[in-house]
Design a protein around this ligand. Structure first.
Ligand code: GRF
Length: 223
């Protein structure tokens, strides 16, 4: 069976995760190999059991990933340029034009349902989502801390400033509770004597490595 899995990516700003996801996944075909996931790139990853291999279109067991839409709730988000440069359709749904959260979420759901997506991928989408969205759309999110620690908008800074010796990132399902849905995969970083900016850089590198793997895991129904 040569399946295509459609995803939409939602973001609000810089869009470095958006770009990483498009570069690794868009218009490519993969198979889940029997090979056990090998730790690499200096990261320790939990929750990804198998390797995913990119394969040619002739491989009949493969699934193709298509990023059908990159949607921002802010018209000045730099991620819009990144998506355009990579040939992905973009859309702006200005959240500030909506007084009620539910109305924005309703409009968002309508757009996503039209695209017939298999999965909605949040990548720096700075919105609290209501049940209007969470009850109708299967979505995942990436958060820059080892959840359930340091939920909310300051995950990187709070992890950095905490007495913990480890930091990391988490990919989780989206539900009504902020950063509270079931955890899909996590990556760990050993904290060292570095500046916040340096730590932040390493967090982003880890995110860019982990998120595409977690998306493939969910698309393959391994959850
Ligand atoms: C990332 O750190 C992500 O974990 C958080 O928002 C940030 C988005 O960064 N949810 P970018 O826009 O992908 O560069």
């Amino acid at each position: 069976m040569r399946l295509t899995k459609k995803i939409a990516i939602l973001f609000s700003g810089n869009g470095s995760n958006l770009e990483a996801l498009i570069k690794v996944l868009h218009n490519k075909r993969f198979i889940k190999s029997d090979k056990k996931f090998q730790q690499r790139e200096g990261f320790l990853i939990g929750g990804i059991e198998n390797e995913f291999l990119e394969v040619k279109a002739s491989n009949t067991d493969s699934f193709r990933v298509e990023v059908v839409l990159a949607l921002s709730n802010k018209s000045d988000a730099y991620g819009l340029k990144r998506a355009e440069n990579l040939g992905v359709k973009t859309c702006i749904l200005e959240s500030k034009a909506y007084e009620k959260r539910e109305d924005f979420d309703g409009a968002l759901v309508e757009i996503l349902q039209k695209e017939k997506i298999d999965l909605c991928v949040l990548a720096g989408f700075m919105r609290i989502l209501t049940p209007i969205f969470t009850k109708q759309i299967k979505a995942i999110n990436i958060h820059p801390s080892l959840l359930p620690l340091f939920k909310g908008a300051h995950g990187i800074k709070e992890s950095f400033e905490s007495k913990m010796k480890l930091g990391g990132v988490s990919v989780h399902f989206v539900n009504d509770e902020l950063d509270g849905g079931e955890i899909i995969a996590q990556g760990v970083l050993i904290k060292n004597n570095e500046s916040l900016e340096e730590y932040e850089q390493r967090v982003h590198s880890l995110e860019h490595f982990l998120y595409p793997l977690a998306v493939m895991k969910v698309l393959k129904g391994d959850f």
